[in-house]
Design a binder for this molecule. Structure first.
Ligand code: DX5
Ligand code: ZN
Length: 211
């Protein structure tokens, strides 16, 4: 499968929209911008809300990674603000099926995210209904962490059962670890600090794509 790259803006000063829009111009060869929304409850950190999406100026697909409790309560604000994809955490919701149906009706792509320690069986029943699975390889909440390798086993088993499903790996992706994620079966790499710390972000994106 072709490898797609999602660029996370978590390592940038996301309170300054000029910084964000300038940074996004330097990564316009990516496939999507990965927007890490945190509510200070699901994870201790808080980042930005849907109003950031209204100010973002990019042609890239806006994919929102909701690290929030009860995501069903806020998804509509992000869809209205222009999100093309919503990824929510299985650990944060009681009835995922209802939210999946709702998101399909709203014609956005539906992703389910798994924390590193969450077993695959937690999403087994809903796997057929989602467009994407996001396997976290760092503890959610911060950028710039080292990739945890164990969650890659989940990537392997999902790929074996679902040869065509979008599987993203999120956390600690760089030129060395990208290969491990791809070899495990991921076809989407989410990366933030590696891309924005490099002096040639487009080259960094290329290196990830061809790892
Ligand atoms: C962590 C976020 C990740 C993070 C990735 O909670 O979900 O998307 O921003 O950042 P890096 O690539 O720096 O690990
Ligand atoms: Zn993320």
């Amino acid at each position: 499968m072709i490898v797609k790259v999602g660029v996370s803006i978590l390592s940038l000063d996301y309170n300054d929209i000029t910084v964000i829009n300038q940074a996004l111009m330097r990564v316009d060869t990516a496939n999507s911008v990965h927007l890490d929304v945190m509510d200070g409850k699901f994870v201790p950190q808080k980042t930005f809300d849907h109003t950031l999406l209204e100010k973002i100026d990019t042609k890239l697909n806006k994919i929102v990674h909701l690290m929030v409790k009860q995501p069903e309560k806020i998804v509509d604000k992000y869809i209205k603000a222009g999100a093309e994809g919503i990824i929510f955490h299985i650990e944060a919701i009681r009835s995922p099926k209802k939210l999946i149906e709702h998101l399909k009706k709203k014609k956005v792509s539906v992703g389910i995210a798994l924390n590193p320690e969450t077993p695959l069986k937690k999403i087994e029943k809903i796997l057929p209904d989602v467009d994407l699975v996001l396997v976290m390889t760092v503890k959610p909440g911060k950028g710039g962490q080292k990739m945890m390798k164990t969650p890659l086993k989940k990537v392997k088993s999902i790929r074996k059962k679902y040869p065509m499903k979008d599987i993203a790996v999120d956390g600690g992706i760089n030129a060395d670890t990208a290969y491990l994620a791809i070899e495990a079966g991921a076809n989407i790499l989410v990366s933030g600090s590696y891309i924005f710390n490099s002096n040639d972000p487009k080259l960094a994106i290329d290196l990830l794509r061809n790892a």
